[in-house]
Design a protein around this ligand. Sequence first.
Ligand code: ADP
Ligand code: ZN
Length: 707
Amino acid sequence: MLDQAQRILKDVFGYDAFRGNQAAIIERVASGGDALVLMPTGGGKSLCYQVPALLREGLTVVVSPLIALMEDQVATLDELGVPAVALNSMLEADAQREIAERIRRKEIKLLYLAPERLVQPRMLAFLQRLEIALFAIDEAHCVSQWGHDFRPEYLQLGQLAELFPQVPRIALTATADKRTREEIVRRLHLQDAERFLSSFDRPNIFYRILPKDQPRKQLLGFLAERRGDAGIVYCLSRKKVEEVAEFLCAQGFPALPYHAGLSNELRGYHQKRFLNEEGLIMVATIAFGMGIDKPNVRFVAHLDLPKSLEAYYQETGRAGRDGLPADAWMAYGLQDVVFLKQMLANSEGDEQHKRVELHKLDAMLALCEETRCRRQALLAYFDEVLDQPCGHCDNCIDGVQTWDATEPARQALSAIYRSGQRYGVGHLVDILLGKDNEKIRSFGHQQLSVFGVGKALSEGEWRTLFRQLVARGLADVDLEGFGGLRLSESCRPLLRGDVRLELRREIPSKAAKPGASPASSLVRGEERETWETLRALRRKLAEEHGVPPYVIFPDATLLEMLRSNPRSLADMARVSGVGARKLERYGQAFLDALQGATAPVRSAGDLRHELVSLARAGMTPAQIARQLDCTEKNVYAMLAEAIAEQQLSLEQALDLPEALLEEIQAAFLDGEGELPAVAELAPRFAGRVPEAVLFCVRAALQAEFEL
Ligand code: ADP
Ligand code: ZN
């Protein structure tokens, strides 16, 4: 079976090898077993049910929570030549009936449905009359009430186990934690499911977190090397979203706003543009989230701090789904902490809930101030151990210096305490630096013992220190909303001198390169032009077909074309992501684009060479004829030659039903001695088998028996 799966992987999807657990999962599911699959975003979950769908008899039903996700998948499968449809409430009754009819006629391999639709009694009854190959439950964490994406409709999916006891089920999610996992098993009745847990690491993402200084300028610095890349910039408030989007546009970076204050229509329009165009930046609140399936989001930038590591990981996880280098970039500052803590304090909800949320925020802050490898810290939070520093985050690359901040920290805490635990950072820094200004004098703060004791540090260094004290929970932000600092319980040991404090040393922003990362943009300078040519062609084809560009070819495939520079369709067929169908549809167009549209003159030998490769790649003679721009008759003649010379097997050249093939072979082998000529047998097969096919079968026999 794995052989067959491998062939489907190559022929249909154009990929050479399965990734990670894919092969094991496919084997399990295709042979009728249940599976629970946890795989990070971009890990390749779709293939885990799409390949079994093609291996098994009958219809595969895929449950998915969002129409946009379904449409994307159906479009992708359509481009691959796999018959798939999505049923949703937007369709007219007529269209729905037609789809049902096609399903009954077994013309459809995959049916995408929203959960609420699947569990309608009529739908269940309809499905029970069909042969069902597999149920795939995508985004299975939606069944969990603890998770952030809970959908009550998912709860009803449990009944599939009883209604379709013979049909294997596969549940998939990118949400890691154990509690959710157990809930999926319980609620979906997946007790017998084999579990496939992958690492949640996203090795292609480069993490960088830097202290906020002049955030817009920092963002521009980051974007400078990423012109033309698509990305998401997250901000907390609607107002800021609007402002940043405008700012980016003014700076020559095409950007669109997205937040809950915009009309549904406008949001939908912006989302569509983001998916369908290249190089657009979406500036968004977290309202822009689930359903962003765009694989070539090259960066996710946070201009405001997320509330938890869960949120951070999910949001940054939208970058680089295609496995190519991508960036997670964030600028954070004390204001973020103050703001979030206040929001939390003023939120509804019981005390225990607030404690949990506060705890989560602290974990987020700890990552910001982390002095070791960011990836190690992140994964550790999700209970995963990464043995070595990753070598692919800012801390690993730049190194982190720490310094003994015990003394200044005590001075800072002392300044908070002595001034009455009500002033914000600005004023506290003025006290430490001994500034002579009106506010100081009006409160008599020049009398404090800490007045002017901190001249060894600069204003910026003091601000950093206060931020770090808050981030570490040594000082608290007042909850009335004025940003005043108070001491917290946990600062006592430090004040008493029982413990020392090591802090991350901030690199002055002039020296730091906010944007530099090994990921920096996919293509190097001299490749840019060809890259843009390929992208332009892809965009044009996408428009013609009414699909997003990445459905035509993912960036990874385009990039491989760029680097491997295929010269022929045969070369093209070897590019990862170019399956038979796409080779046929788009191969020549991309070759032309690569070669500047001047097709070289082909020799007969070249032609034969290409023909052999195309046949091996699974193309039919008619497809080959179109590709090579010659008649079908010619193709058959060349196929017969190639078979005779044993460059191709008959199976590679033609797709004949077994029984018919045997009949033809028997006819040829009927007499004694030499094989009869095609002309002799042709009348017997007239109307059933073209002569050209007889030539090929004869050639194969000749090769086999050396006749
Ligand atoms: P997920 O649903 O887990 O986020 P997808 O199924 O969308 O991920 O896959 C992410 C990308 O990786 C897609 O572009 C997909 O075609 C590609 N991909 C999946 N499996 C393979 C593979 N075995 N080889 C190469 N590319 C793959
Ligand atoms: Zn690292």
